[in-house]
Design a protein around this ligand. Sequence first.
Ligand code: PAF
Length: 282
Amino acid sequence: METVTSIVEMKRAAGSLRRGGRTVALVPTMGALHEGHLSLIRQADARANVVVVSIFVNPTQFGPSEDFDTYPRDLERDSELAQAAGCDIIFAPEVDDMYPASSATRVCVSGLTERLCGAFRPGHFDGVCTVVAKLFSIVRPHLAVFGQKDGQQVAVIERMVADLEMGVEIVRSPIVREPDGLAMSSRNAYLSGGERRDAVVLFESLKHAVSRYGAGERNVERIVSEMREMIEAKETTDIQYIAAVDARTLEDVDDAGEGVMLALAVFVGKTRLIDNVILGAE
Ligand code: PAF
């Protein structure tokens, strides 16, 4: 496995892979890799000849009071894990190279980014879209794999790719969970013992929603209010939102049905966690 930090070198390598007829998959990450990321890398490996994993803690997607400075960074550990999962090239650029002082372009997808997490994290998705668009220009992948855990992020990226005719296939990879159901996230490491126990209620509430849907309940308001009740019963939780939306357009829906995504963001202590399920899919 190779580690590339220079944009020029990455572009050169990408160009020669393309010319050589190799299929290239990109797995964009911010590092702090866990089993969820490794499953994205394995999926990429199964679909492409060459897997590039980008590791870049992207400053433009963090709000002023968010955890950019304290976000865990350990390139050596991440590289070992990525290699074992099937990564061929780690691309780990520097902030000043990705965002030189002269840089003046932001990619902004309207509408979809203004709801759910976007309503509470202004500018977050502009940062995500800008960095992902730039990574696509540098790596020129045939496909890119994103986790369904960030259900809004993957819908926004699909929109960006379609609108800008980027020609990159976007693969949605299922959520990877801890044995008790908590969705894997680099931020789970911030939870205290009690918070970690309370955090399981996020998945339990989603599971409850799926089982109510399975039993024939179609009233979204009722389902969401039952989920709210379950989550609020835990001492350390504070709900930011629970929403029922179309998984691709992110438009609100009134009736539960196939393809509806139930998504939530909840503070557990000071840690903001997100999770979702798509009805009819799991
Ligand atoms: O999902 C993430 O880790 C980030 O938002 C991404 C896609 C790597 C962009 O920085």
